[in-house]
Design a protein around this ligand. Structure first.
Ligand SMILES: [Zn+2]
Length: 278
């Protein structure tokens, strides 16, 4: 699953290192060597793109190597032999622990890209000391990396589970319901609201399953199961193309990527499969 490797240590202060793990993002795409999809090295690959140590933000330490990240202008063309690729396209080809570090790096690079100026008084921001934040020297506004919590819920009814196809899903695959939290809302409140809005059902007995940081661009997916408590499936046509119960007799629909908590949630609760979590 996409997650931070266990031995990773976050860093807020830049360190010198002869061979850092350097993540360079352009509009969410990661700079890699075209031939083997590895990261550019600090001796050739980074200088070729005009990048030096002072351009990078600290991410952390992993396997005794300093990890750092930065963003470049949307117009910057990769040098011959390099390419900017979607992080999603590296699922399955880049090692999962390195992808986990890349997920952190992507979110920090996005934070740096989108907080160059104060959102209150428009002055250039400066890095704060002692915490990972930008601070405005004029009005003292502080901007932390943005994290957007979202709930995911798998509704169970007897030996059936409810899955839905979202209108905007690029793959058209069935998955558990999900949605972003509103400001001021608890996760539990968001689950009850989203389930009612999206499929018109009531649920009860919410059980926490797990969470996952999801760098597209800065979601925190918080997954639950819930028991059906009433109502008829009434999909919100603006969001849900189709929603229905899946039981032991049904073929499992195309699975979401194995790196996602959505996939783990289905694995643990697919009808007929022995749950590993309960
Ligand atoms: Zn300001």
């Amino acid at each position: 699953m996409l997650q931070t490797p266990a031995e990773f240590v976050p860093l807020m202060t830049a360190q010198g290192h002869p061979d850092p793990i350097a993540f360079v993002f352009r509009s969410g795409r990661l700079l890699v060597r075209e031939d083997d999809l590895t990261l550019p090295d600090s001796r050739v690959g980074l200088p070729l793109h005009g990048l030096h140590a002072e351009h990078f933000h600290p991410v952390g330490l992993w396997q005794q190597r300093y990890c750092c990240t930065t963003f470049v202008d949307a117009e910057l063309e990769p040098q011959p032999g390099f390419a900017f690729v979607q992080l999603r396209s590296l699922f399955g080809s880049m090692d999962e622990p390195l992808l986990g570090v890349a997920s952190r790096a992507a979110q920090l690079a996005e934070w740096a890209r989108t907080h160059r100026f104060c959102g209150h008084c428009a002055n250039p921001m400066q890095l704060a000391s002692g915490e990972r934040a930008f601070k405005c020297p004029a009005c003292s506004m502080v901007a932390y990396p943005r994290i957007s919590p979202a709930m995911m819920v798998l509704i169970k009814r007897g030996d059936e589970i409810l899955l839905a196809r979202h209108v905007v899903s690029p793959t058209g695959r069935f998955s558990a319901l999900a949605g972003f939290l509103e400001a001021g809302e608890s996760i539990e409140e968001a689950i009850h609201r989203e389930v009612m809005e999206e499929v018109g059902l009531r649920v009860k007995d919410l059980q926490y399953f797990g969470s996952q940081s999801w760098p597209f661009p800065h979601s925190l997916m918080i997954a639950f199961t819930a028991e059906y408590a009433g109502g008829e499936i009434t999909p919100d046509a603006s969001e849900i193309a189709e929603a229905r119960w899946f039981g032991p007799q049904d073929a499992r629909p195309e699975a979401p990527p194995g790196v996602s908590i959505s996939s783990l949630l289905l694995d643990a609760h697919w009808p007929g499969a022995r749950s590993t979590r309960n």
